[in-house]
Design a protein around this ligand. Structure first.
Ligand SMILES: [Zn+2]
Length: 268
């Protein structure tokens, strides 16, 4: 078997591990040496430990020299100081892993790209799963589809990705009625993002600070195809034929992600 065929087989083996998880996020890992899978792990297999650590601790000798680890989710970095275990990115570096092959980057804003960055800076080779396998992982790692929300209200953090992925809000869990928008993050460095909607259907609720400040969303008439927003701003989204109206409040913009909340209102 050639190298890339074997590599894809190892990716699939990590996904098989991921599929054994019974809670979210689902993460699987396999360790490869000399063209052979020498250990496996999945989150939940040992309580309180991450998939990478579980696979490492099954080895008779934890030295990772000359090994490649395939993990479906980006290895973690410190989130808070009193974590019981060393974060996986540090563990892998300290054990001299040669290469890390990542399924998806962690959408948690405190980790996103930082595990990746730290590994690269320490001289570890980093590669990614194939696009088709990444898609498969992205739709199964987390409990929520990161691109869908529901009324009556909710809050979500999304990764900053160029022109922004489409986000769809349904009137309720049971309703087929939905509307979509996306974030344009080209100016996030200036703490400004644009919220884009089709059909000139979005307006800034200038002056409003809380959803409760807005008694009738339809008073905001200067609708356009985008709303330029800073933290704390609220926009009103009302596509012409939609059965409902969505208020969207930008909670926070960071280098890595955008946090926003929404509230669905009946159309008067
Ligand atoms: Zn970890």
């Amino acid at each position: 078997m050639n190298e890339s065929a074997f590599s894809e087989q190892a990716m699939n083996a990590a996904i098989d591990q991921q599929n054994k998880c019974t809670s979210y996020p689902k993460v699987g890992a396999v360790i490869v040496k000399n063209g052979e899978i020498i250990s496996t792990g999945f989150r939940g297999e040992v309580s309180g430990k991450h998939a990478e650590r579980i696979a490492i601790e099954k080895l008779p000798n934890p030295d990772l020299t000359g090994t490649t680890i395939y993990t479906t989710l980006e290895p973690c970095v410190e989130i808070h100081e009193c974590q019981p275990h060393k974060p996986c990115a540090s563990l892998l570096m300290d054990l001299n892993v040669e290469q890390v092959v990542i399924g998806v980057l962690d959408p948690n804003g405190k980790i996103y790209c930082q595990g990746y960055d730290r590994l690269l800076k320490s001289g570890v080779k980093v590669a990614f799963f194939t696009p088709a396998l990444r898609n498969k992982i992205e739709s199964s790692t987390f409990k929520f589809d990161c691109s869908i929300g529901y009324g009556p209200s909710g809050k979500r953090r999304v990764a900053v990705v160029g022109n922004g992925k489409k986000f769809t809000i349904y009137a309720s869990q049971k309703s087929p009625d939905a509307m979509s928008f996306r974030w344009d993050t080209l100016q996030y460095a200036h703490s400004v993002v644009d919220l884009i909607a089709d059909n000139e259907s979005i307006a800034c609720a200038i002056g409003a600070e809380k959803f409760e400040d807005i008694s009738d969303p339809l008073v905001f008439r200067e609708s356009a195809h985008y709303a330029r927003m800073r933290s704390g701003d609220i926009a009103v989204l009302y596509p012409p034929k939609a059965s409902f109206i969505t208020l969207i409040r930008l909670v926070e913009i960071t280098e890595f992600d955008i946090t926003f909340q929404w509230q669905v209102r009946n159309r008067p």
